[in-house]
Design a protein around this ligand. Structure first.
Ligand code: NAX
Length: 328
């Protein structure tokens, strides 16, 4: 048997964790030949619940599951880890201002970044799911000076998948016939789902986007506010779809994106498309050999430019806020 890949999942006892761990253990994330050792990292109060999840994982008798460890200590939780899925975060409580939220999450993602820096495997790849995901990824990456910045990513794949589904429904084609869509900017209501360079049912996405009323009053807000709509309908936030997106992101990062297509991921900007360096923004990306590359050469018209700039401005504000709090 090949050496197991160490996968750390934080917030393992939460609802996304519950939807995610079984799929990782089944081989859906790293492939049907790759054994995994799971590290569940939780806060002390949730360790017992994580133990319950671990019991259920045992009861699945997954052939690829080489072991499960449960930790409430960050150093141990990231020791030797190859893939870190940072799901656990501090939600916005009643009366909490944005600065309070960023500070509370800085208290989680700063120490996690340092622990990854000091204890993870050299090839570690990090996906931040916990919100505010882009800025939490920025905090973690900034606290891990020895880890290349391109190993820290933020999840916008759920937004991407939501956009694929909405575009397919509008065009009346199977979702598999929608390609090269892009989510730009922040995983927040300011994100910009870009149809202009997509292909939908073999036709240019720009044809769908030409219906400006549908694009601006329906498609963009439906994708950007889908999380709130799910909470409204389900009485709980997206969990299985978020877990699925984390699987998709990590699988594509590890195994590559399909030829002729691209996806979306939050990456440390090096200045592509006028996005300032040193923020974690969503871009159109391909992956091969375990590395994400931003797709280049996409022409951005004024409509898209204004929306990308607005979302990026929000990320820059978040960066200034965490900087002034001394978190980066
Ligand atoms: P839950 O509240 O069900 O679970 C969170 C878990 O994290 C809890 O078990 C908690 O004990 C644990 N936790 C808290 N602090 C921790 C720490 N310092 N170390 C380890 N574990 C810690 O939330 P869930 O629904 O699972 O959502 C998790 C995060 O994903 C939230 O921040 C949520 O906002 C975010 N989401 C991000 C999405 C994205 O697309 N990027 C979409 C889905 C989701 O909204």
């Amino acid at each position: 048997m090949t050496t197991p890949v160490n996968v750390t999942v934080t917030g393992a006892a939460g609802q996304i964790g519950y939807a995610l761990l079984f799929r990782i253990a089944s081989g859906a994330m790293l492939g049907p030949e790759v054994p995994v050792r799971l590290r569940l990292l939780e806060i002390p109060q949730a360790v017992k619940a994580a133990e319950g999840t671990a019991m259920e994982l045992d009861d699945c008798a997954f052939p690829l599951l080489a072991g499960i460890d449960i930790h409430d200590d960050v150093a141990a939780g990231f020791a030797g880890t190859n893939v870190a899925l940072l799901v656990g975060a501090r939600p916005r409580g009643a009366g909490m201002e944005r600065a309070d939220l960023l500070e509370a999450n800085g208290g989680i993602f700063g120490p996690q970044g340092r622990a990854i820096n000091d204890h993870a495997a050299d090839d570690v790849r990090v996906l931040v799911v916990g919100n505010p995901a882009n800025t939490n990824a920025l905090i973690a990456a900034s606290n891990a000076p020895d880890v290349p910045k391109d190993r820290f990513t933020a999840m916008t794949r759920l937004d991407h998948n939501r956009a694929l589904s909405q575009a397919a429904a509008r065009a009346g084609v199977p979702v598999a016939q929608v390609r090269r869509l892009t989510i730009w900017g922040n995983h927040s209501a300011s994100q910009y789902p870009d149809l202009f360079h997509a292909e939908v049912g073999g036709r240019p996405g720009a044809e769908l986007a030409a219906d400006t009323a549908w694009l601006t009053d329906d498609f963009i807000p439906t994708v950007a506010k889908r999380g709130a709509a799910i909470i409204d309908a389900r009485g709980a936030s997206s969990a299985a779809s978020a877990a699925n997106a984390a699987i998709d992101h990590t699988r594509d990062w590890t195994l590559g994106t399909p030829e002729g297509d691209w996806t979306s991921a939050g990456l440390w900007s090096t200045g592509q498309y006028g996005v300032p360096e040193g923020i974690v923004s969503s871009f159109p990306v391909t992956s091969s050999g375990g590395t994400w590359d931003v797709v280049d050469g996409i022409e951005i018209d004024d409509f898209s430019r204004a929306r990308i700039d607005a979302s990026v401005a929000e990320l820059v504000e978040e960066r200034e806020a965490v900087r002034s709090l001394g978190l980066i």
